[in-house]
Design a protein around this ligand. Sequence first.
Ligand code: NAG
Ligand code: NAG
Length: 145
Amino acid sequence: MPRMLVQGITCLTLLTLGAAIKCYKCHNSNSDACGEIFKSYQFSTYDCATENIKCGKQTQPPITHNGRENWVGVIRTCYPMGSLPGINETDGCHYWTNPSDNFTAEYCFCSTDGCNLASRLYNNGNAIVLTVALCAIMHCMQTML
Ligand SMILES: *[C@@H]1O[C@H](CO)[C@@H](O)[C@H](O)[C@H]1NC(C)=O
Ligand SMILES: *[C@@H]1O[C@H](CO)[C@@H](O)[C@H](O)[C@H]1NC(C)=O
């Protein structure tokens, strides 16, 4: 195969590796370590099942839970796009109210492996930009040789 084609395939593979996103999955009603102060070393990431998935974090308003006042429920999981009707699914944090019971929580989405560890998640396109840049550099070097 011509060198450029091999290079192109390598770059494409690198880019598509991002499709099977890995996310943390935990709930702080089972484990305090999953709460706002996230002890990520106690957890591992899981491959999310299908495509069109982001990593998500749901943060509920404070309630009384198991006798603890102002307890904040936190769930981290794979989030299949389209699961919450009408929510803004761009990377970042958005409030959403379930129309059937008026339950309101903050939902944060992000798109890189293991990114749902932060207390707030930020838009992160850097990994992809970096991959593209690396491919471009590798391609240039090969052309010069
Ligand atoms: C969704 O959220 C993003 C970032 O917070 C914002 O820029 C965008 O306008 C929002 N889209 C809609 C339809 O509200
Ligand atoms: C949700 O809240 C709205 C506005 O406060 C109210 O009109 C509606 O009846 C509520 N729905 C439910 C299911 O509680």
